[in-house]
Structures are given as C-alpha cells and as structure tokens.
Design a protein around this ligand. Structure first.
Ligand code: DON
Length: 307
C-alpha cells in the first residue's frame, strides 16, 4: 500500500491532466467566478496526522457541506424531535426540488436537501436573531478546527440572497404547511449565510474529525455529539449527502460524504480519517466531478471503505 503522501501526489498529478473538469456552478453568480483549475485535498487521520496536496489551504465556499454542521448543532439542541419536521430518506431529486414537499405535507425528505436545511436553520433560530444563530454556527466551526480565522464570504451570501428565488419558494411553501416557526426570511438569512462560509480543505477535514471518531474530537478529547448521533449523521451522509448522486458516490467511493456546489466534498472514514477535496467543476448532479474521482481513487489506494 502507498503512503498517504504518495497516494495524494499520484492523484494530484492524475487530476492535473484532466481536460474535462466539469462545470463551475454559476446560478449563484459569485460562485461562477472561481477558477476551475483549482484542486486540493486534505486528509486528517484519527491519530492527528495531517496530509495535504495542491490548493488545500485555499478557502472556498463550502455551500451544502455546512449542512452537516448545522444538523449536528440542531441534533445536539433538540435531539430526536428534529425528525418530526425533517425526514431521513434520500429524495431521488435535485437538491432544490420542490415537488415532494407538496406530496409529503411540507416535511422535507432529509436535512441535506435545501428544504431540509432551511428547516434545520429554523430550528437553530429558536427565538434568536439570525445574526446570533450565524455566530453560533461560526463559533462551532472555529471550536472544531481550533481555527478562529473561519468566516463568512459576505459577497457569496449577498449573491445567494439576491438570486435565491427557489429557496424563498421552498421556505414560503413550508411556512404554509406550518413547518417553519419563524418568518421565512429569518430562516433563509441563517441558511444563506451558513452556505456562504468559506473554508479550506484542511479546515474542513479538521472540522469533520468527530464524525470519524464516535462523536469525539480525537485531538482535544472533547465530546462533540453522542456516538449514536455521529453514526446517524454518517448514515445520512452516505444515503443523502450527494442528492441524486448518492448511490453513485456510495458505489464509487464507499464512504459517507457531503458535497457542496462550491466543488468541495467532505468524506468520513469511520475509525480512521476524514478527507476533504476541492475541485470547483461539477458533474450533472451538482457534485464535484474531479473531487468524486479523486476520493474514489484515494479510498481504493488506501483500502478505505465502510463495506
Ligand atoms: O441553496 C443553494 O442552492 C446553495 N446555497 C447550496 C446548494 C448546494 O451546495 C447543493 N450541493 N451540491
């Protein structure tokens, strides 16, 4: 078996030769400005080794990867009552689809599609102002990474709000079913800002450590969430973390993962390591094209799989 450094170097070289790197998301105009040639990977092992290659320290918009961390916070705050308002089945639809909401009484299929994450934002508001909840999410990520530089890209947040008509529709629709407790614009204020958090591959891999280690941060020994909840978050990442591409990701990569339209993916190898990759070009399901290929190759080279 190669060392991690050897595996990362080989994957980096192979990905550099790819001509078709997928399509950078431009439905949020600010995201469309990112250079498709960027590529980075970070791996953090449970014995606190950190391995990086390429643009692993460059920050990018984490987008839907943030939904893993808002779900963790919400489960910590309200526990299993969360599941009365959000399901836990793959949707088989695009991340911003509205059709199932009508058929299923305003209860989103899972916490990783946009509608589900907007409900999670509403839960985290709990009577607070959006800026307080956004502050709580940022503090959580800074605590997980021990890195106080993590911040929101305000230009991305503004770009999301200005063009987020579909998300406004989802939130208003759920409000009409009584599945939002706060005004839709407040839940969306939290949602747009947590999607606009900027992080590097290194920071993401560090933030995810508790998911590879039974809910405990292996570096500090801090319990982040109960073991059973960490397992369930991993189960949801496996089944729903790549939307309509979740089956393919499980097939090709074989570990829980969460993608974002900024081109990042966070992968969890329970008991062993966390992986983060960034390549801005997306495939037809809105998941990083080379990022998926790279994680598949890395998992194979290192013999990492949950199966
Ligand atoms: O709401 C949106 O469309 C974005 N803020 C997040 C979407 C996203 O990352 C979907 N992931 N692939």
């Amino acid at each position: 078996m190669p060392t991690l450094d050897e595996a990362l170097a080989e994957i980096h070289d192979e990905m550099a030769d790819h001509i078709d790197r997928g399509r950078v998301a431009d439905y949020i105009p600010q995201l469309g400005k990112v250079d498709p040639a960027r590529f980075g990977i970070a791996v953090v092992t449970n014995d606190n080794g950190v391995f990086t290659i390429g643009d692993a320290d460059e920050t990018f918009s984490i987008q839907s990867i943030s939904k893993v961390f808002t779900l963790t916070l919400a489960l910590g705050e309200v526990g299993d009552s969360l599941w009365k308002r959000v399901g836990r089945e793959p949707s088989g639809n695009a991340f911003n689809s509205i059709v199932q909401l009508e058929q299923e009484g305003g209860i989103p299929r899972n916490p990783f599609i946009n509608a589900g994450a907007i409900v999670v934002s509403d839960i985290l508001l709990a009577g607070h102002e959006p800026r307080e909840t956004i502050g709580e999410i940022l503090r959580f990520l800074r605590f997980l990474t021990e890195d106080d530089t993590i911040a929101i890209d305000e230009a991305v947040a503004a770009s999301e709000r200005a063009t987020g008509f579909r998300n406004f529709a989802l939130a208003n629709y759920m409000k009409s079913f009584g599945n939002l407790r706060h005004p839709p614009e407040m839940a969306l204020g939290v949602y747009f800002h947590h999607c606009a958090i900027a992080m590097s591959c290194r920071q993401l891999a560090l933030a995810g450590r508790f998911l590879a280690h039974d809910g405990i941060n292996p570096a500090t020994g801090h319990s982040v969430i109960a073991r059973q909840k960490a397992r369930r978050i991993n189960a949801l990442m496996l089944t729903c973390g790549h939307y309509d591409g979740s089956g393919e990701f499980a097939f090709q990569v074989g570990i829980p993962g969460k993608s974002g339209v900024g081109g990042g993916i966070l992968g969890i190898v329970p008991g062993q390591a966390t992986l983060a990759v960034w390549s801005p070009g997306l495939n037809e399901n809105g998941n990083s094209k080379l990022g998926t290929l790279a994680l598949g190759k890395l998992a194979k080279m290192m013999n990492w799989s949950i199966f």
